[in-house]
Design a protein around this ligand. Structure first.
Ligand code: S3P
Length: 194
């Protein structure tokens, strides 16, 4: 299956916090033999502080500037990688363009009540997930997700419902999709993924 993958076409995972982008991304990288890049980890490494600290000390717009810069640099430096993005990476138009040109973009979906449960038990929540609104967790997720849904729809080539599915099953589906869609076809044949 790996031989079918077009070597320069990367794979991008987008979706709300807690949809499993990093876990699924690592599995995908392992199985495809591609490098894995987690955009949040890259931001923290370059900024020399946690995402929570960037939000608290410099504010969300400063974090979004870091995010835009890092996505652009990663896209240039690591073509063909598996890239897990932060939940808000789709907010800026420039980012959506960069992600689409990097490769196939897959949106991992889940309903707000499922996300609350996952976020409460996820160890990354404390350092990388400062509050985005002043409301309660469920309200925040429902509001922010509703506002972002059109942007996830716009940027994604495909989407996967994650509820009740183990990460390896989601990775299997995406790997099959990625192989099928990066298979170069002669121009006279309809492309299976356009
Ligand atoms: C954010 C999601 C986080 C991180 C930052 C902002 C968001 O990433 O980038 O806290 O706006 O949804 P994860 O989706 O990896 O948690």
């Amino acid at each position: 299956m790996n031989a079918l993958l077009n070597r320069r076409e990367g794979l991008v995972l987008v979706g709300y916090r807690g949809t499993g982008k990093s876990t699924v991304g690592r599995l995908l990288a392992e199985r495809s033999g591609r490098p894995f890049v987690d955009a949040d980890d890259e931001i923290e490494a370059r900024a020399g502080r946690s995402i929570r600290a960037i939000f608290e000390e410099s504010g969300e717009p400063a974090f979004r500037d870091w995010e835009e810069r890092v996505l652009r640099e990663v896209a240039e430096a690591r073509p063909g990688a598996v890239l897990a993005t932060g939940g808000g990476a789709i907010l800026r138009e420039a980012n959506r363009r960069v992600l689409r040109s990097f490769g196939r973009v897959v949106w991992l979906r889940a309903e707000p009540h499922i996300l609350v449960r996952r976020l409460e038990t996820d160890a990354r929540t404390r350092s990388t997930r400062p509050a985005l609104t002043s409301g309660g967790v469920l309200d925040e997720i429902a509001d922010v997700l509703a506002a972002r849904t059109p942007l996830y729809e716009e940027v994604a080539h495909a989407s996967v419902e994650t509820e009740g599915k183990p990460a390896h099953e989601i990775a299997d589906w995406i790997l099959e999709y990625w192989s099928r869609c990066s298979d170069p076809r002669p121009p006279q044949e309809p492309h299976p993924c356009s």
